[in-house]
Design a protein around this ligand. Structure first.
Ligand SMILES: [Zn+2]
Length: 282
């Protein structure tokens, strides 16, 4: 019978990655780039992330001796260099996440390449690191975006969810995300005329994530949570995140890793298996 299971190092049952998309105000700036916006509400709400949220997260990760992966738009690195320096100082991974959090499906090829180069330069100035992983803003990808990130030798992509363990797509390791493990779907609330339902109780969110973790252990998947400092840096959510970390740390059957480490493992452990091509719905 074909072995469909994904095997992790040292016989571990699943891998755990804590990932953070350090967006701050950039999605708001991108969305309103052609408008004459006078409102300050969402802008200030988002700046809570770089001002306070990210520091609470860094303290929590240090307390539990955990390394995470941070995906950072170039503009955030330019605007808040000290916050990014601190992330580097703590030894976390830094990855690409657009320049102004542009959706790649709203850009032409030239613009995708320009924003990638600009973003890379901004991060490299702080980290000194030449090669990085990539996570697309809003988790949307196109064939052009894939071709461009490959040309610029990114280490992996982390934007899609075609499996719940690493796989290959278009010649790059894909470190899959998933909506169920994203904080925004539970917590994101910005008020105004487009208000979403009220945020979910953090206890309920952590409980859902623990259930998914149990499932991932049974099926050998990747348990990667994606959080945003402007969303998950809020007080009660930090307490809940600490409870999740405690729960995960008790478990000796999991491999704690960063996206970069998982991508490197996938390259050596699965050079030929789980290969997919970029497929279009036409
Ligand atoms: Zn983002």
């Amino acid at each position: 019978m074909k072995d469909l299971a994904y095997h992790w190092p040292d016989g571990k049952k699943c891998a755990v990655i804590l990932s953070f998309d350090f967006d701050g105000e950039t999605p708001f700036l991108w969305r309103s780039r052609n408008q004459n916006v006078k409102t300050m509400g969402e802008f200030e709400q988002r700046r809570f992330g770089p001002r306070q949220g990210v520091h609470r997260i860094l303290d929590l990760l240090a307390k539990w001796d955990s390394k995470a992966s941070f995906f950072i738009p170039g503009r955030i690195a330019e605007q808040y260099p000290q916050a990014v320096e601190e992330i580097v100082k703590y030894g976390h991974e830094i990855g690409l996440h657009g320049y102004l959090h542009e959706r790649v499906d709203e850009l032409n090829e030239e613009e995708i390449e320009e924003t990638l180069i600009q973003a890379k330069e901004s991060l490299q100035k702080i980290t000194g690191q030449r090669q990085m992983g990539y996570r697309s803003p809003s988790w949307e990808m196109t064939e052009s975006a894939f071709n461009i990130i490959m040309r610029h030798q990114v280490l992996y992509d982390s934007s899609l969810m075609g499996y719940d363990h690493p796989y290959w797509i278009g010649g790059l390791p894909e470190i899959p995300v998933q909506w169920l493990l994203d904080d925004a779907i539970f917590y994101r609330y910005t008020g105004g005329s487009s208000a979403s339902p009220p945020p979910i109780n953090p206890k309920v969110v952590i409980d859902s994530w623990k259930q998914e973790f149990e499932g991932m252990k049974r099926f050998g998947g990747l348990f990667m949570v994606t959080m945003h400092p402007w969303i998950s840096g809020r007080a009660s959510r930090i307490l809940a995140l600490e409870e999740l970390i405690k729960h995960l740390k008790k478990d000796t059957e999991v491999w704690w890793a960063t996206c970069e480490e998982v991508a490197a493992y996938h390259r050596t452990a699965y050079p030929d298996q789980f290969r997919e091509t970029i497929h279009h719905m036409r």
